[in-house]
Write a protein that binds this ligand. Structure first.
Ligand SMILES: NC(=O)c1ccc[n+]([C@@H]2O[C@H](COP(=O)([O-])OP(=O)(O)OC[C@H]3O[C@@H](n4cnc5c(N)ncnc54)[C@H](OP(=O)(O)O)[C@@H]3O)[C@@H](O)[C@H]2O)c1
Length: 384
């Protein structure tokens, strides 16, 4: 039996992770769950999975959660940072699934690694902000970090069993999002509703907007660089609108190995929580006889400047990816609240990056301070 803590259990990845745990009760038991605000869904998950701890963002949500649970249910309800840390480090947990969105994932992930828990990681922002600290701590604690992001799961699957020295390129595929073929002159009219309407994947709001700007791919380049310890120049992004190939790697003898599947996060989540075993998920495979074509395009950096901003942040290193991530979170949230237009997102990120002096080899305190500074700086631009 593997004992899981699922942080961000009410989100898109979190719900999928619970669905898998529920399908294999002889293999997985859920010891801790967490959400931020969605107490209604969390209460339902507690009734079904009976965790020992459940965590929400603040005291009022904790009270509301308590009021939604029948008297017979025994669960410790906690809130805030102490709560997330407790859920991440619970003594009987073997693996922590980090499906929190945004920078809020960083501290619980580090706490889990410090406590020696293996990590199934969806929260790419943690690696973007603090990849080196995360990798170093994981190595010290002998902790496995298994990627949930479908592209990184694909790369991981293409790399397993091969020599690192033979690796030539990582070919990171991207669907291109909902605006791949939209004329750039119409970008200023894009609404949050348009941006949330991803053609292939059903995901949370923040990652859906990131996919529409291609920032998601930029964050993934930084994530891949750190998870697979390669240089950013070895990572090439390919637009692949059918999303059948989840990513590929090429080797120095000219071989290319790809991982394919239907666009459903459950395969990647299941692989991360059951590695090296593959679970009998009963997922269909792609309908190869009816796929008309598998096509590839170069990303258009004029239309989607966020990808280049991410490469620049990656090249600058140190605290620059923290600035990229924080200013992006502020810009995306402001766009979703209709306070800025879609085209302002890269502008705010770029201007915030321009104002930053990089701290090389940052400590966790530098990362936290940079995150705070970048948010404040980006918010000022939203208000202008
Ligand atoms: N969705 C995908 O297919 C997918 C694919 C690859 C990678 N990812 C990555 O996985 C992560 C989660 O994505 P998602 O699409 O599942 O997001 P989501 O649907 O928005 O869910 C986010 C989860 O995090 C919780 N949360 C939000 N703010 C929080 C905070 N400040 N502190 C603690 N918990 C907080 C939410 O709780 P409430 O529900 O209560 O707000 C929810 O449980 C992201 O980093 C994303 O980039 C997602």
């Amino acid at each position: 039996m593997k004992y899981l803590s699922i942080l961000g259990s009410t989100g898109s990845v979190g719900c999928n992770a619970l669905e898998i745990a529920g399908k294999f009760p002889e293999r997985f038991a859920v010891k801790a769950l967490s959400a931020a605000h969605n107490v209604e869904l969390l209460a339902g998950q507690i009734k079904k999975f009976r965790p020992e701890i459940a965590v929400v963002l603040n005291a009022s949500r904790a009270l509301e959660l308590k009021s939604r649970l029948p008297a017979g249910i025994s669960v410790e309800i906690m809130h805030g940072q102490d709560g997330y840390r407790a859920a991440a480090t619970h003594s009987s947990v073997d693996m922590v699934v980090v499906a929190i969105v945004g920078a809020a994932g960083l501290i619980p992930t580090l706490a889990a690694i410090e406590a020696g828990k293996d990590i199934a990681l969806a929260n790419k922002e943690t690696i973007v902000m603090a990849g080196e600290i995360v990798s170093k701590t994981a190595a010290q604690k002998n902790v496995k970090i298994l990627p949930i992001d479908s592209e990184h799961s694909a790369i991981f699957q293409c790399i397993v069993g091969h020599r690192k020295e033979d690796l030539d390129k990582i070919l990171l595929t991207a669907s291109g999002g909902p605006f791949l073929h939209k004329p750039e002159k119409e970008f200023s009219k894009i609404t949050p509703e348009d941006a949330l309407n991803h053609p292939i994947w059903r995901m949370g709001k923040k990652i859906s907007v990131d996919s529409a700007t291609l920032m998601n791919k930029g964050l993934e380049v930084i994530e891949a660089k750190s998870l697979f310890t390669v240089s950013q120049d070895m990572i090439k992004v390919l637009i692949h609108p059918q999303s059948v190939i989840h990513s590929m790697v090429s080797y120095r003898d000219g071989s290319v190995i790809a991982q394919l599947g239907i666009p459903d996060m459950k395969t990647a989540i299941a692989y991360a929580i059951s590695y090296p075993e593959r679970l009998p998920l009963e997922q269909p495979i792609p309908d190869f006889l009816n796929i008309e074509a598998l096509t590839f395009e170069q990303p258009d950096s004029g239309k989607f400047p966020c990808l280049d901003l991410a490469y620049n942040a990656c090249r600058a290193g140190g605290t620059m990816p923290v600035v990229l991530n924080a200013s992006n979170e502020v810009a995306v949230e402001s766009f979703l609240m209709q306070r800025i237009s879609f085209v302002k997102i890269p502008e705010i990120i770029s201007k915030t990056m321009d104002k930053h002096s990089v701290v090389v080899n940052p400590a966790l305190s530098d990362i936290i301070e940079t995150d705070r500074w970048a948010r404040e700086t980006a918010y000022k631009m939203v208000k202008l």
